[in-house]
Design a protein around this ligand. Structure first.
Ligand SMILES: NC(=O)c1ccc[n+]([C@@H]2O[C@H](COP(=O)([O-])OP(=O)(O)OC[C@H]3O[C@@H](n4cnc5c(N)ncnc54)[C@H](OP(=O)(O)O)[C@@H]3O)[C@@H](O)[C@H]2O)c1
Length: 290
């Protein structure tokens, strides 16, 4: 009996050893190795919020990241934080990606990127009567054309090098259009459509294009929404934030690091078979089946 027990424990220990060794070989002890150490990543609009979270996650995976924003002080402090937390290499490009010159500055700072994360500020909510021709053009410039033109700038090189990961940060409003988010829905749906078509062509060269669709992540945007609720209903910040969270089945706001982790996975070496997809990160808010 005793001998059997000893044999069983030895077998268990050996099995655990194999699992541990396998998991170490796959980077398991440190988390999954995404196979993108040393890859070059441009992350647009990334001095705070979701873009920043993506840059931080990619830097954590060993990518060299080019972060971007218009405000020099925010850019410097974001770069410093990523360096401090990851010991990674971070370059900064102060540029407005709604302009040709801004996009050219990003592409000349990192001419052969392996990864492009398209992000930008979102258009303001409102209603149809508010949106004149200029409002539509501004939304299309920021949330359709900026992304498409950056993809145009990087896609041929990625295909020639046989590796590329493009992630567009869009919005839950793409799959759940709301009248008050008409500018956002329309412009981002356009980016999603052209990306889908390009994704089908590019995947043969190991270049993928996917979208991340956020809903209620705890960023400056949700602070703005909370302040609006506070003013409208005369409630405290905590009450306002709870109201925002209660609209989601998860009953909490999303954490930017959860968003960054999803982005890093879509950029992984192992994610080369995932393309043209729209991944919702929404605490269960989406009610549709597909
Ligand atoms: N947070 C959410 O729950 C949520 C939900 C749905 C959709 N979204 C969408 O996801 C995107 C990111 O949201 P977020 O909450 O992370 O936003 P955020 O916290 O407001 O951050 C926006 C970032 O974009 C930069 N930026 C803005 N305009 C730029 C420009 N023209 N050129 C270069 N950089 C620019 C900002 O830096 P500078 O100001 O220094 O340029 C900042 O770093 C937005 O499109 C938002 O509408 C977010």
């Amino acid at each position: 009996m005793l001998l059997q027990g000893v044999r069983a424990s030895l077998a268990c220990a050996a099995f655990a050893g194999i699992i541990a060794a396998t998991s170490m070989a796959q980077g398991g002890a440190q988390g999954m190795d995404l196979g993108i150490n040393g890859r070059k990543a441009i992350v647009c609009a990334s001095t705070q919020g979701l873009g920043f979270a993506c840059a931080l996650s990619l830097a954590n995976e060993g990518c060299v990241v080019w972060i971007n924003g218009r405000n020099a002080a925010r850019l410097a402090s974001a770069a410093e934080q990523i360096r401090r937390e990851t010991h990674g290499v971070v370059q900064t490009v102060q540029a407005d990606i709604n302009t040709e010159a801004g996009r050219a500055a990003l592409l000349s700072a990192c001419p052969a990127p392996d990864i492009l994360v398209n992000n930008n500020a979102g258009p303001p909510p409102g209603q149809l009567a508010d949106w004149d021709h200029a409002a539509w053009i501004a939304a299309l410039e920021a949330n359709l054309l900026a992304g498409v033109l950056l993809i145009r700038g990087v896609l041929p090189g990625m295909r020639a090098r046989r590796f590329g990961r493009i992630v567009n940060i869009t919005s839950a409003a793409v799959k759940t259009p709301r009248a008050s988010l008409g500018l956002s829905t329309a412009a981002r749906a356009g980016l999603t459509a052209v990306s889908k078509a390009l994704a089908r062509e590019a995947v043969v060269d190991n270049v993928t294009i996917n979208q991340l669709l956020p809903e209620r992540f705890d960023t400056a945007r949700q602070e703005f929404m909370a302040r609006r609720l506070m003013a409208e209903h005369g409630i405290s910040r905590e009450q306002a934030r709870q109201q925002l969270a209660d609209a989601l089945p998860a009953r909490r706001l999303g954490r930017p690091d959860e968003f960054g982790a999803a982005c890093a996975y879509l950029c992984a070496a192992q994610a080369g078979f995932i393309t043209g997809q729209n991944l919702q990160l929404d605490g269960g808010a989406y009610t549709g089946l597909v």
